[in-house]
Design a protein around this ligand. Structure first.
Ligand code: ME8
Length: 530
């Protein structure tokens, strides 16, 4: 069944330090997807938020002499500010310290408890505080290091509630059989080989050794394990179990809605083993897709607050503009693969794609239409010459392949196609040499055709880039003389849309950057690293 609605979520981030470009990466790509679907007139609900409980936050706040709530309030406001600066169009922002969320975690725990999916036991093993994860003897090895982050773990013994992970294994594996439910597929195989085949261990879902968590109704000594708490955000934000659960009905319960979780590879296990099992336990439907993206790395490895090799997105947005930062994130690292941030590539990418390709095409075309036709875009006539034909086919194919790729969340690949179309249009200018056509009155039809084809491709390219270039796309519509209504996605293949519109010269869309100078500047922001 073709879905009518889309529920897209980012992980909810730990407010244990200021957000960095890695967080911006995931949220921006989700935003691009959400904007793309809205642009195509689908109903979208886009959620992000913060994961505010746990031992790590309790410890960090104590070190700063603040209460955990004061501590998280400060950092959460920096996350919210960043999303505003990055033009993130989230419909809601969920915080796990909100009442609406706490109640849902308690309800979910109680439901699991009533279903006999939970039992009281004793936890003896290893705990990694930064990852908030439990590990067995074999997993931590002789050196007692966390298998995820490779930092030392601490031994833990305490009374805990356990979730019976084998009870719903059959349902879990049935879900795995659905096509593309976990993308890329190697992540699914990794889950099967590393965790399921060796035999799933029951999951400890409560803690007694710290207080900063959601208290369990059944036993006042216990707070919910942060991962149970955190995962519930995806339904608490929709009003699960509350008096107003209309969003839950519409975006979760309804089969007409496609539920997509986008996560980093580091948290796959929680989203593709425990979360589907928790949902099965409470009788809720399972997500349609868990899309696992790669990490944005630095030359010296993973970017992390604890390593201190972090790039803050703020100064980049201030200096280069939000569209350039958004485009860089979308284009530089293939969504689904790991990638590396380097200051040189940041500047080069902006020059190559935004200034030289897109910006140049727009400014050349607008000035030529002004020069040769007093700014009036000539009427579109298809196939005046062989190049026109090729361009028309390429334009149509780009739109359909873009849709196909975006629908599959192959966002980077979709934008590579758009840039190829714009590059082809720049080449067409060289091939057709309009300056020569303009000198020969018998070639007027050809000249008109070149201008109308170029204007048309600029509209198509800009429309497809709009989910990324949220500011500059509007400037281009204005330059093409288009109203907001006219610049609708449904007009994307309307070849006569621009006929007789008057172009307007705007500012240069993207300045050409001096790569050496700008990379020095970006390095200085990073404390000279990389
Ligand atoms: O794990 N490159 O929160 P978290 C790309 N609270 N993405 C990155 C990144 C990088 N260098 N660093 C972080 C948690 N991310 C839990 C999640 S969800 C119910 C609970 C992104 O603050 C990536 O999406 O450690 C990763 O999964 C997420 O931030 C982890 O954020």
């Amino acid at each position: 069944m073709e879905k009518k609605r889309f529920y897209i979520t980012t992980p909810i981030y730990y407010p244990s330090g200021d957000p960095h470009i890695g967080h911006a990466y995931c949220t921006t790509l989700c935003d691009v997807f959400a904007r793309y679907k809205r642009m195509r007139h689908f109903e979208v609900y886009f959620l992000t938020g913060t994961d505010e409980h746990g031992l790590k936050i309790e410890k960090n706040s104590a070190a700063k002499g603040l209460s955990p709530q004061e501590y998280v309030d400060g950092i959460v406001s920096t996350f919210k500010k960043l999303w505003t600066s990055l033009e993130i169009s989230n419909d809601d922002f969920i915080r796990t310290t909100e009442e609406r969320h706490i109640k849902v975690v308690q309800d979910v725990f109680s439901k699991m408890y009533q279903n006999n999916d939970i039992y009281l036991g004793k936890y003896e093993g290893w705990y990694c505080v930064p990852c908030e994860s439990f590990w067995t003897d074999t997993q931590v090895g002789e050196e007692h290091l966390c298998p995820d982050c490779h930092r030392p773990v601490t031994s833990a013994t305490e009374e805990s509630y356990f979730f019976n992970t084998n009870k719903y294994l059959k349902e879990l594996l049935k879900w795995y059989d659905k096509e593309n439910v976990i993308y890329p597929i190697n992540r699914k195989n990794e889950m099967i080989n590393t965790f399921i085949k060796p035999g799933l261990e029951d999951l400890c879902i409560s803690r007694t050794s710290f207080k900063w968590g959601v208290p369990i109704r059944e036993n006042e000594k216990h707070v919910a394990y942060v991962w149970l708490d955190a995962l519930c955000n995806y339904i608490s934000a929709l009003g699960y179990g509350s008096n107003d659960d209309s969003l839950y009905k519409k975006f979760w319960e309804s089969e007409e809605s496609e539920i997509i979780h986008v996560i980093g590879a580091d948290i796959t296990r929680f989203h593709t083993i425990y979360w589907p099992e928790f949902l099965t336990s409470i009788g809720a439907r399972l997500p349609d897709r868990v899309f696992v993206h790669g990490l944005l790395m630095m030359k010296d490895g993973k970017m992390s607050k604890s390593k201190g090799n972090v790039v803050s997105p703020y100064p980049l947005i201030d200096k280069y503009g939000v569209d350039t930062v958004r485009y860089y994130l979308v284009r530089e690292v293939v969504f689904g693969q790991d990638g590396q941030f380097t200051p040189e590539q940041f500047a080069e990418r902006s020059n190559m794609d935004l200034a030289n390709n897109f910006g140049n095409l727009v400014s050349r075309t607008v000035s030529m239409i002004q020069k040769y036709f007093d700014g009036i875009i000539p009427e579109f006539t298809p196939g005046v010459n062989e190049f026109d034909n090729e361009l028309e086919i390429l334009t149509k194919n780009t739109v359909s392949s873009f849709i196909e790729k975006m629908d599959d969340l192959h966002i980077t690949e979709a934008y590579i196609d758009v840039m190829n179309l714009l590059g082809r249009a720049n080449k067409y200018i060289e091939e057709m040499a309009p300056w020569a056509l303009a000198k020969d009155p018998t070639k007027e039809n050809n000249l008109k055709s070149v201008m109308s084809h170029l204007a048309n491709i600029i509209f198509v390219g800009t429309k497809l880039l709009e989910p990324v270039l949220v500011i500059k796309s509007k400037e281009v519509y204005k330059m093409l003389g288009l109203t907001e209504n006219e610049a609708d996605f449904d007009n994307i293949l309307n070849i006569h849309l621009l006929d007789n519109h008057k172009v307007e010269k705007g500012n240069a869309l993207f300045p050409r950057l001096d790569v050496a100078k700008e990379s020095e500047y970006i390095k200085s922001l990073m404390g000279g690293k990389n």
